[in-house]
Design a binder for this molecule. Structure first.
Ligand code: UD1
Ligand code: MG
Length: 485
């Protein structure tokens, strides 16, 4: 969330954020870097960057190493202003944060608060990061770590507290004693640090541990010994601190993220008939009184205006659906559907489709780069590619916009209020004027002037008794004979 305008103005800079994204993520068993795996239509590091950006931070640094160029390309697209920090061969989260601090220093950030988050903790929110920064600063802490309590914290670093409940240290699972492994409070891997304390403490961190890595978590003990206040902030919503290390965890986090997104849509006034089979990216915008029927997936920059009905069995990616429109059993991308329009069942809307108000793209119709004006209809069994259709026109069943000559694509332009017959072929480039008609089976190769009737069919010829003479003994011949008795 951006800072509210009422928040007190202070001279201390906004916190900066270091996002850790250098790890290999071997448990993912993937050629793709772990932090680039997606849930809810966004990569895991994309979620981390979005949460960080929501703080309006002073600066964001992302630490990279594994598949560096690929990850940098991805990050530059998502957060062009983020500083890239290259981690060297020394392994561990401590070394990663050192690289992040150097990058921040190059950007002129040398004091104040820095938050550290992981590129593999996708459900963390801006609000939680904001609260962490506020708690940290108002308590005057040197280090504040986000923690959560679960029945079994296997694999995580455990929070070791003293008699009075004060945080003494974090012990990694692999380095923990049996007694420490029974601790149910774990390190979420999200922290607020005073930059100067962090820098100093990191210079004392070694690789003397079970994994031979520089542990960021060692900073807590070091800062404490140096007299700094070290505290933990316990998160109730455990999902927010769950990391995805393998694909099983990724799917579980994806499902939970979706549950939250679908719930938000319902609380915003949408009816979702079956939340379990409805998948909505968190970037999708859904209006009031929208109805979403089962097995529907809404992705990317899709927007559904109020009163529209989508589904069942519909997948829309970057599709804008107008008020009160109906979209049934449809697969669509990069398209616009006007208010009150009707699409499907069984329609395939490819990029560049734009259907006007109260228009219709009906059953078994495929469209691409097609502008279909208000009230115009393509009701049945047609392909409309590279076409402009005016208003109030009707395209007959089973028509094809023949847009491809084998080398190039060409455009068909059809005017307003035309009535085209069934089974027409529009051999592009070709233009049909306003108010024109065409007969069934017309192959439109030449422009049709406004108001003209176009027909290309040759006159029908019936050859009497052909079946009896040429197909004797068949059921057809028998039927024909019977009919002529
Ligand atoms: C870390 C914590 C552990 C905590 C857990 C929470 C340490 C030593 N341990 O363990 O206490 O409970 O997170 O999920 O910090 N990374 C780098 N460079 C590296 C290694 C890792 O950038 O050299 C990045 C990874 O890309 C990832 C994050 O740091 O985004 C965490 O690394 P990971 O290997 O998953 O650490 P954990 O073993 O899970
Ligand atoms: Mg991890």
């Amino acid at each position: 969330m951006p800072r509210s305008e009422e928040s007190p103005v202070s001279d201390s800079p906004r916190p900066s954020v270091i996002v850790l994204a250098a790890g290999a993520g071997t448990r993912m068993k993937s050629e793709k870097p772990k932090i680039m795996h997606e849930i809810g239509g966004r990569s895991m590091v994309g979620h981390a960057l979005r949460a960080a950006e929501g703080l309006s931070p002073e600066k964001i640094a992302v630490v990279v190493r594994h598949q560096r160029d690929r990850v940098v390309e991805h990050i530059s697209r998502l957060a062009p202003h983020a500083a890239i920090a290259d981690q060297d061969e020394v392994p561990g989260t401590g070394r990663a944060v050192q690289a992040g601090l150097e990058a921040l220093e190059r950007e002129g950030v040398t004091r104040g608060t820095v938050l550290v988050t992981s590129g593999d903790v996708p459900l963390m929110t801006s609000e939680s990061l904001q609260r962490l920064a506020e708690d940290h600063e108002s308590a005057g802490n040197a280090v504040t770590v986000l923690t959560a309590v679960v029945p079994d914290a296997t694999g995580y670093g455990r929070i070791v507290r003293g008699e009075g409940g004060e945080v003494l240290a974090i012990v990694e699972h692999k380095d923990a004693t049996e007694e420490q492994r029974a601790i149910r409070e774990f390190n979420a891997g999200v922290y607020a640090f005073d930059i100067e304390v962090l820098k100093d403490a990191l210079s004392q961190v070694t690789t003397d541990n079970a994994q031979g890595e520089m542990y960021l978590t060692d900073v807590l003990g070091i800062a404490r010994s140096a007299g700094g206040r070290v505290a933990a902030s316990v998160v109730e919503d455990v999902w927010q601190v769950e990391g995805a290390n393998d694909r099983v965890q990724l799917a579980a986090l994806g499902k939970e993220l979706n549950r939250r997104t679908v719930e938000r849509a319902m609380r915003g006034g949408a009816t979702v008939v079956d939340p379990d089979t409805t998948w909505i990216d968190d970037s999708v915008v859904i209006g009031q009184d929208v109805t979403i029927l089962p097995n529907t997936q809404l992705h990317g920059a899709t927007e559904i205006a109020s009163g529209a009905s989508v589904g069942p069995d519909t997948t829309l990616t970057d599709v804008v659906v107008g008020e009160g429109a109906s979209v049934v059993r449809t697969h669509g991308s990069e398209s616009r559907i006007g208010a009150g329009a009707s699409v499907g069942p069984f329609a395939y809307l490819r990029p560049g489709t734009s259907l006007g108000e109260k228009g219709k793209i009906g059953t078994f119709v495929e469209t691409k780069n097609a502008e279909i004006g208000s009230g115009s209809k393509v009701p049945h069994l047609s392909y409309v590619g590279d076409a402009t259709i005016g208003e109030g026109s009707n395209i007959g069943a089973a028509s094809v916009f023949v847009n491809y000559d084998g080398v190039k694509k060409h455009r068909t332009v059809i005017g307003s209020h035309v009535r085209m017959g069934s089974d027409n072929m529009y051999v592009a480039p070709v233009t049909v004027g306003d108010g024109a008609y065409s007969g069934a089976g017309t192959v439109v190769r030449k422009d049709v002037p406004a108001g003209a009737l176009a027909i290309t069919v040759a006159p029908q010829r019936n050859i009497e008794r052909w079946v009896t003479e040429n197909r004797p003994g068949t059921a057809a011949a028998e039927a024909a004979e019977k009919a002529s008795e």
